[in-house]
Ligand binder design. Sequence first.
Ligand code: SF4
Ligand code: SF4
Length: 232
Amino acid sequence: MHETNKEWLPGFDKKFAELTHQMVKDLEKCLQCGKCTGQCPAAKLSSYNPREIIRDLRMGNVDKVISSHELWLCFFCSGCYAVCPRDINFPFAVSMLRYAALAQGYGWEEVKEIKDPYAQDYYDTGLSVNVNERNLGVRKEIAKNSGTDGRIETVRRKMGLPPKRKISQRAMSEIRFIADATGMTDLFKEIDKKVAKEKSWNYGSPADLVEVRKGPNQKFIDVEDEEKERIS
Ligand code: SF4
Ligand code: SF4
């Protein structure tokens, strides 16, 4: 297994040195008993497998893990943590690995799905659930249970409430402060930049400006950005 955070995440280690070191120490305690996978809801529905992820990391297959789609299937219920006989905080490891994936150019597609509309709505309005819920499955379920069209806005009106919960200026300032402090604001800017670049690529800018990152998650990597990194 990689011993230092430096080997795990070149460039990323400076920012998260202490946390990644803690994660490596944590995962080294794993018995490979599989209890985490046995009760993981995401593992029941997909090829996601927490025990295998830990095994891969211990074998040094970091790139395989951070380039995988499976890394983005965990939804942080913490059930694995609750049953682990070695008290391993696997959800914490997943969050660190996701940062690592993004730092290496993977996972942007998955983050884009979360950003628009969900995280962006939260950033813009302070509401963690959009009143015009755009997940059709969820909306269908709400419709069935409420006798409405399933929009939260409609349900609130039916209950005599204003369509949107009022968010105070103070709460909005706190949300923005947290977004800035945790790097969420910068991450959003980075996503928008990448989306704009992909669009320009789709419309026929020179193909040699991008290259495909090999791995289960193939991504367009900006050659100019990588070149700048090599020089600095
Ligand atoms: S339950 Fe804990 S010890 Fe067992 S495989 Fe999962 S992380 Fe490792
Ligand atoms: S926190 Fe993630 S890995 Fe753990 S049980 Fe829940 S979905 Fe599975």
